[in-house]
Design a protein around this ligand. Structure first.
Ligand SMILES: Nc1nc2c(c(=O)[nH]1)N[C@@H](CN(C=O)c1ccc(C(=O)N[C@@H](CCC(=O)O)C(=O)O)cc1)CN2
Length: 283
């Protein structure tokens, strides 16, 4: 068997077009364009690339992006004051603080300071809680993007065994809640999981999100499974690799996402979708 490759780049491009249509409908109704404040602190090269791509995609979708590029020396108090200012600004629909933050800033304190109705990342405990009680409002971008990919490829998680490898707040946990909402039977694996290979081997859908290149072995994949690789790992030669051994997994899976070109572009397209949702919540 050779897996069908899930083309995240193409699905993301179509989603950005859909958002553009939603933005145009707002403009036709006499409303202003959605506005997203993007805060980048420090000089992490990967974060700079992601933020640049977010701004470019905003342009494509007709969303106004307001850039806050701050030095690594920015204090937590200074950052919280900027968040307060953006929370109070009626011209700003969404606030995004690019992660990771410099070590002296507590990310949770920042996430919790963002007004829940401007939380385009969906990381605020209010939005995570709503997802947990089956009343999602603003949903974390990567897990929501994964669900969009599955839907576009006609893959319904209902009644399937979904195994999530990784239990982070950004991906693993909200991904588990998304899968549960879609009526999958969900297992979350983490560093204390005893027999990871056996857990993965029982999965109809595997989502790998641990941040270790090639950590999920191709031979663990059940024949005919769907493999979603959220990992984006930069190798010593400068190339990118996912968390799954791609070629051996392709031999067994029915569907698989590549890295790059799989989940990554969906994270950005879904951010735009969330920004439009935020704007429509406000007026
Ligand atoms: N505030 C947030 N911070 C971070 C998030 C997030 O959702 N919100 N997620 C990640 C980084 N991220 C978005 O911010 C992100 C990662 C990767 C991609 C992407 O398009 N990847 C490409 C490859 C790009 C490259 O060449 O490096 C791909 O996979 O095809 C987009 C967004 C952590 N921080």
């Amino acid at each position: 068997m050779s897996a069908q490759i899930i083309d995240g780049k193409a699905v993301a491009a179509a989603l950005i077009e859909e958002v553009r249509t939603g933005v145009d409908a707002r403009l036709a109704a006499g409303k202003r364009a959605p506005a997203l404040a993007v805060i980048l602190i420090g000089d992490d090269p990967a974060s700079a690339v992601y933020v640049r791509n977010k701004k470019k995609s905003c342009e494509k979708a007709g969303i106004r992006s307001l850039a806050w590029d701050l030095p690594a020396s920015t204090t937590q108090a200074e950052l919280l004051a900027i968040v307060d200012q953006l929370n109070a600004d009626d011209e700003v629909d969404g606030i995004l603080v690019q992660l990771p933050l410099p070590k002296h800033i507590d990310p949770q304190a920042v996430i919790e300071r963002i007004a829940p109705h401007k939380d385009v990342d969906g990381f605020h405990p209010y939005n995570m809680g709503r997802l947990a009680i089956k009343m999602p409002l603003l949903r974390p971008c990567t897990p929501r993007g994964v669900m969009t990919l599955l839907e576009k490829y006609g893959i319904d998680p209902k009644g399937k065994k979904a195994v999530i490898v990784g239990a982070s707040n950004i991906v693993g946990r909200p991904q588990a809640l998304e899968m549960l909402l879609a009526r999958a039977t969900v297992t979350v694996c983490h560093s204390a999981t005893e027999n990871l290979a056996a857990e993965v081997a029982g999965a109809d859908i595997v989502v790998a999100a641990i941040g270790k290149p090639g950590f999920v072995k191709g031979e663990w994949i059940k024949p005919g499974a769907v493999v979603i690789d959220v990992g984006i790992n930069r190798l010593a030669d400068g190339s990118l690799a996912g968390d799954v051994e791609f070629s051996p997994a392709c031999e067994r899976a029915a569907f698989i996402t590549p890295v790059p070109g799989g989940v990554g572009p969906m994270t950005i397209a879904t951010l735009l979708q969330n920004t439009l949702d935020c704007a429509n919540l406000h007026a």
